[in-house]
Design a protein around this ligand. Structure first.
Ligand code: UFG
Length: 350
């Protein structure tokens, strides 16, 4: 298994939504993304920019073997379960895969002598506390996850921080706000099953591919009564991961940074943006609140800007929706995928 001249980065969960976009961004920056994924929710078709290793993230020996075979310089650890609602029903699974998986990644890194880790964390580590709807969240805000999913992300961060101190690793945890959009090439995009996220559901409703959208509550203490979220284009997220891999950090360092825009958009604003882009307003009705939804989650992204020299470039709501719409109209894989008639993109671009 020759890795060639590119610096190899092991990407666990690299067949998933954010992982695949990050693998593409790594390749474009001269890295070799080695995707390690068990395809339980990812797609083989999304692995296009480097080798694929089929494996479970709890399998320390398989991780070590992949890191050694490709002489990985760094690991980006995405693999894990993400559905907040399911985490309430199956906390056992979430702790096993998310925290057990992170422990296995850390152990395998020690075995293989890899010292740099970038970890997929989440705004779900923060609680709502007494924050007002228009206040942004700095990294120092109280950590009080509202779900077992958020608990496992916080536990993962703490495990990583302790390993950094004890074993001279160094790591960056990126706390994502609301990942959205798709690569403009149309070759990779969001494909969750079940899909629970607002933007794909609103687009599918506008296209008539799914039932009308339910707005989960319009009686929040926010400007238009619907929840505010900080939507970040998946390619901006991908760029933040590449910057974190490239960061010079001393042994033992652990950093955490929010990845968001600093701007909150309401559910109604998303519905309007989808209507503008699709030429048809998504049919919708207001329903009750969804359990556990905080009124507002908006990043203070100052730390990521300073630490990583990064800022969001593609994350206007209109750009996110335009790119997501292109993907939802013709997804290359996933449940809604149609058989490819002809590829509009040259294979030479790979
Ligand atoms: N929403 C609706 N109708 C829907 C779906 C969503 O009104 O059919 C609303 C939600 O109530 C929320 C907003 O749209 O106000 C965004 O919801 P998403 O499900 O798209 O995203 P979340 O903010 O719930 O989830 C995000 C990340 C999770 C993370 C969570 C932390 O996707 O990974 O934030 O709270 F865990």
């Amino acid at each position: 298994m020759e890795r060639g001249t590119d610096r190899a980065v092991l990407v666990t969960g690299g067949a998933g939504y954010i992982g695949a976009h990050t693998a593409k961004a790594l390749k474009e920056k001269g890295f070799l993304p080695v995707v390690f994924d068990n395809l339980s929710s990812g797609f083989r078709e999304a692995v296009r920019w480097g080798p694929f290793v089929h494996g479970d993230v709890r399998d320390r020996a398989a991780l070590r073997e992949a890191m050694s075979a490709y002489q990985a310089d760094a690991v980006i650890h995405f693999a894990g379960l993400i559905e907040v609602g399911r985490s309430v029903q199956r906390p056992d699974l979430f702790w096993d895969v998310n925290v057990g998986g992170t422990a296995a990644v850390l152990a395998a890194m020690q075995d293989a002598g890899v010292t740099r880790l970038v970890f997929s964390s989440s705004a779900a580590v923060y609680g709502q506390g007494s924050r007002g709807a228009l206040e942004t969240i700095p990294e120092t805000a109280e950590k009080a996850p509202a779900s077992p999913y958020g608990d496992t992300k916080l536990a993962g961060e703490r495990l990583i921080e302790a390993h950094c101190r004890a074993f001279d690793l160094n790591a960056v945890a990126l706390r994502y706000f609301n990942a959205a959009g798709a690569d403009p090439s149309g070759r990779i995009g969001e494909a969750h099953e079940p899909e629970t996220h607002l933007i794909p559901l609103a687009i599918a409703a506008a296209l008539g591919a799914r039932p009308p959208l339910t707005i989960f509550g319009d009686d929040f203490d926010t400007p238009d009564g619907t929840c505010l979220r900080d939507y970040i284009h998946v390619n901006d997220l991908a760029a933040a991961h590449v910057a974190a891999v490239e960061l010079a950090l001393p042994a033992g360092a652990f950093e955490a940074a929010n990845v968001g825009t600093g701007r909150g958009c309401s559910v109604r604003e998303v519905v309007d943006a989808v209507g503008r882009a699709a030429g048809r307003r998504p049919p919708h009705a207001v329903g009750p609140r969804r359990a556990g939804d905080p009124p507002s989650l908006v990043a203070d992204p100052t730390r990521a800007q300073g630490l990583l020299g990064w800022r969001a470039r593609f994350s206007s709501l209109d750009q996110i929706v335009a790119d997501a719409l292109r993907w939802e109209r013709l997804p290359a894989y996933g449940c809604g995928a149609r058989a490819p008639v002809s590829s509009p993109v040259s294979e030479a671009a790979e």
